[in-house]
Design a protein around this ligand. Structure first.
Ligand code: LMR
Length: 391
């Protein structure tokens, strides 16, 4: 029976990791999968995580099961960073730990479907796994254009989509550092989005996987907080994989805001049942390390400093690209006001292949580049390679 299965192509983004590793050219540049890199091209473990892990090893007295909700100490410690001064919105928000942001999005979509959502609107391009998850959960995906050609967010369309959405529909938005475009809504645009949701029957699903990599923790949470203040219900998928550098440890959380505190237990019981049937309970280690950091003032200060260093370095790379201005047929200026790890360059498939073959530069087939893959030692080579293939 299993021989009936048709071969599937590997996930294109993850396949790029192997292609890059197999390339023996010394000056190769990896702009593929979304991991932060230092000016030396490394992705080190955060010092704050190392310290928290050392404490965990010394103090953890059991690895016995928790439950489908995972480490609630971790889930709750994160909430003030995500939701601000009233992190439970008067007892209406609760969360659970998930295996990375992917687990959180998967659970959000699955529970929305269980609650009667039949279609999800989402701006495209988006993180390719969003569409894969929607397809796997079997829910109707209604795409709309996320961005304008000039590198700004297509606010009119998203507002129309939210206003026109009916009961039984959800709208999925990226909280900050849009993946893949880096094109975020401005604060004024978030105000308008929140007002549109207030007048709409649509359920907001907000995915925030890069908090702190844009302009700062509070700044990057502006949109989420605005929307939550305006609506009765929402789902928020969160990832610590990037802002704590925990990628392979899979550290995420799904938060739900209910109409009122009394409504939370029923929703959480559905989430617990879905999690139990999917992964039983999330991997513990990464979430526990994040909890240790957030419960210790010195470790928290160290983490915030490391995050600020990452943010500043990515901003410098963006500034340098923007300064280059017109490069071949490209205008790199918009990259200067985009945010986070990613931007998309309007390159053809052939140009992307040529960059790989002739210059050992690896990027996603969509033209998405990982800004953090660039540094002082390779950015000039990257800019001249772009000029050559597009000139
Ligand atoms: C990315 O978009 O590169 C990251 O979110 C990693 C992933 O899981 O796709």
């Amino acid at each position: 029976m299993l021989d009936r299965l048709k071969p599937q192509s590997p996930d294109a983004l993850l396949a790029l990791i192997k292609l890059y590793a197999a390339d023996e050219r010394a000056d190769k540049i990896d702009l593929g999968v979304g991991v932060y890199r230092t000016n030396e091209g490394d992705t080190p473990v955060f010092a704050a995580i190392k310290a928290a892990e050392a404490r965990l090893v010394a103090e953890q007295d059991s690895k016995s099961y928790l439950g489908p909700e995972g480490d609630l100490g971790f889930v709750h410690a994160l909430m003030p960073y995500v939701f601000g001064d009233d992190p439970t919105m008067g007892g209406r928000i609760e969360g659970m730990q998930t295996p990375g942001g992917t687990g959180a999005v998967r659970l959000a979509v699955a529970v929305a479907k269980q609650a009667g959502v039949t279609a999800i609107h989402m701006g495209t391009p988006s993180w390719p796994n969003h569409a894969q998850i929607l397809s796997d959960v079997v829910i109707d995906f209604k795409p709309f254009d996320h961005a304008n050609d000039d590198g700004t967010a297509n606010i009119d369309t998203v507002l129309q989509v939210i206003r026109a959405a009916s009961e039984g529909e959800a709208v999925l938005l990226h909280g900050c550092c849009h993946n893949p475009t880096g094109i975020d809504y401005t604060d004024d645009q978030w105000d308008a989005i929140a007002a549109a949701f207030a007048d709409s029957a649509a359920l907001p699903i907000l995915d925030i996987a890069y908090q702190g990599l844009g302009h700062g923790l509070d700044e990057d949470a502006y949109g989420i907080r605005k929307v939550l203040a305006a609506v009765p219900e929402a789902l928020v998928a969160y990832s610590c994989d990037k802002n704590f550098g925990m990628y392979r440890d899979r550290v995420g959380a799904l938060y739900v805001m209910a109409r009122d505190a009394d409504g939370l237990p029923a929703i959480l019981s559905n989430l617990n049942a879905l999690a139990r049937a999917s992964w039983s309970m999330p991997p513990d280690h990464g979430g526990a390390a994040v909890r240790v950091i957030l419960n210790d003032a010195d470790m928290t200060a160290q983490w915030l400093e490391e995050l600020a260093t990452m943010r500043a370095r990515m901003r410098r790379v963006r500034d340098r690209l923007a300064e280059a201005g017109d490069v071949g047929s490209l205008d790199l200026r918009p990259l200067g006001h985009q945010n986070g790890l990613f931007s998309v360059l309007p390159l053809s498939k052939d140009q992307i292949q040529q960059l790989r073959d002739d210059h050992a530069i690896y990027m996603a087939g969509s033209g998405r580049i990982n800004i953090a893959g660039l540094h002082q030692g390779n950015i000039d080579k990257f800019i001249s390679a772009l000029a050559e293939v597009t000139g």
